[in-house]
Design a binder for this molecule. Structure first.
Ligand code: ADP
Length: 156
C-alpha cells in the first residue's frame, strides 16, 4: 500500500512544475564573486549549512558559478582568497532549467545527469524590447523527492 501511495504522489509530478517546489531566488543563499574567504565569511557559509551555493557577479540575477562548500575544506582563511578564485579552481557546471518544466521531466533529468541542482529561469517579454531570461530560483533533487513524499503523507 505504501508503494501505491508513493506512486500516487509521483503522479502529481506530471501536473506540478519546477516553480511549485523550487526555492525562490530571494530565499537562495548566494555569494558575490568578490567575497573574500576569511574566517568570518567561511563561518557564515558553514553556518548556513548548504552544500552548493550559486555565485553571482554584480547582480543576483547574474549567476556565474556554483561553489561547493566542500571545496572550502583546504582553504586557509589567512590567504584571503576570493570566491572567484576558488570557483576558477573547482569548476562545477551550471545547469539552467525553465521554471515551467514538469517535475517528472526534471526528475528524469536529475536521474540521467550527474547533477542535483539546477537554476530555474523564465522568459520575460517586456512591452518594448527583446525578451530576456530572468532567474527565479533553484531546484534540487531533494525538492522533488519531498514533493513525492508529501503527497504520500497528505494521502494518509
Ligand atoms: P543541501 O544539501 O544544500 O541541503 P538539498 O539538495 O538537500 O541541499 O536541498 C534542500 C533544500 O535547500 C531544497 O529546498 C533546496 O531548494 C534548498 N537549497 C539548496 N541550496 C540552496 C541555497 N544555496 N540557498 C537556499 N536554498 C537552497
Amino acid at each position: 500500500a505504501d508503494d501505491l501511495k508513493i506512486a500516487m504522489g509521483a503522479m502529481g509530478l506530471s501536473e506540478k512544475k519546477v516553480s511549485n517546489v523550487m526555492t525562490k531566488i530571494d530565499d537562495v543563499f548566494m555569494l558575490q564573486e568578490d567575497t573574500v574567504l576569511n574566517t568570518k565569511t567561511v563561518a557564515e557559509i558553514l553556518h548556513r549549512g548548504y552544500t552548493r551555493i550559486p555565485v553571482y557577479e554584480d547582480d543576483r540575477h547574474n549567476v556565474t558559478a556554483l561553489l561547493f562548500v566542500k571545496d572550502l575544506a583546504l582553504i586557509n582563511p589567512d590567504d584571503n582568497f576570493t570566491v572567484r578564485t576558488v570557483c576558477r579552481y573547482h569548476v562545477h557546471q551550471l545547469r539552467f532549467v525553465m521554471e515551467d518544466t514538469p517535475l517528472r521531466i526534471m526528475l528524469e533529468e536529475f536521474k540521467r545527469g550527474d547533477y542535483h541542482l539546477a537554476i530555474a529561469q523564465k522568459i520575460v517579454q517586456p512591452e518594448e524590447g527583446d525578451p530576456f531570461y530572468e532567474l527565479t530560483g533553484v531546484v534540487t533533487l531533494e525538492d522533488i523527492v519531498e514533493e513525492i513524499l508529501q503527497a504520500e503523507i497528505v494521502d494518509e
